[in-house]
Design a protein around this ligand. Sequence first.
Ligand code: NAD
Length: 407
Amino acid sequence: MRIAALRETAIGERRVALDPEVVARLIKDGREVAIESGAGLAASFPDASYERAGAEILTRDEILATCDVLAVVRCPDPATISALRSDQLVIGLLDPLNNLPVIQNLASKRVTAVAFELLPRTVSRAQSMDALSSQASAAGYRAAIVAAEAFGRYLPMMITASGTARPASVIVIGAGVAGLQAIATARRLGAVVTGYDVRADSREQVESLGAQFLTSSITAGAGEGGYARAMTPDEQAAQQAELAAALKNFDIIITTAKVPGRTPPLLVSADTLAALKPGSVCIDLAASDKGGNVAGSIDRERVVTPNGVIVVGAGELAADMPTSSSQMYARNILAMINDLVVDDAVAFDLADEVRSSVVLCHAGQVTSKVVRAALKLAPLEPATSPTDLNPAESHAAELTTEDGQAA
Ligand code: NAD
């Protein structure tokens, strides 16, 4: 079985899906590994470092033509998707719910696609595969560093011969994986830190890091799987009002609030931004082309408001720390391959909670429950896994929706 990493093509993406250390482990396990020439350069892994680990360096075309497993960070571009062959396995952060036509295309090409986003993260077996956590952790750490760099003052209290500087006050909105890492890092940099979230459990986690907790009027905001639920319009208005009153007392605001499959909630409104002190910094980790937590934030851009507030759109901050992020991500890929590939074949199993969740499509069918629901396709029964279906049945199942209508 030949496993490969491709050079990422998304703008600003500097991570790579396999690092030399994981390549060496794959080779020790008896796999062949190929790396697209230059794939690791932006993450400080030159081709020679992969060759030393035992990988072959190939062109993109050679990889697409000869490899069985393609490890990627982000969903490949259309040209790469169209070059994929039947029975190849693609593993990555494929963002399936925002790429439904791509997943349907992969299914029709009989490619097996695996997305980390749909991993059941609370299952203990899945923890070593949890790329969302490894990348959120890197992003949270980096958010505090970017904030410190953009802020024009000291973060810690400084007592010097020239006078005393008071410490910066930082609030982190959304105390999940990224938020807790941002809190811990800002504390290490000497700031006075506060956390805020709508999940009741988060208070204890924030306080255990030595930060204060800003209590929300929403006390039952937890949804399924440890995530937050979407707020109602009234709750959103109440949140914006309570945050508007509180945020003007902070120097740095780091936002990480997300709800799976939904547009991020707008928590820092334009009016709230206008009331902040000049020189205040907002780092929006939820920034995306669908909006973010901070009014007017633009992903990968730094804008300064008319009242001098610096707003940094930072939706893919893990990509700005490419070496560490790639090392962690590569270990998630290794764990996923070790779990999913048995005797050189994909061990697809609809009855297995982890495998059935992460596999989007296999043997010509969209298999993920979540993606099928988004496509309005009828759920698959465990007894009729794709390998049990003959091609005619498989095709028929694909064209029938939940309500029995043609899709
Ligand atoms: P996420 O990226 O979806 O969201 C980030 C944070 O934003 C969450 O804490 C969420 O509660 C918060 N949020 C959402 N809407 C908000 C709003 N309107 N106002 C304020 N905050 C809001 O979440 P995540 O960081 O990936 O993880 C969420 C939860 O899952 C956490 O409790 C985390 O500890 C848990 N988790 C558990 C495991 C595990 O058990 N191994 C692994 C990963 C995550």
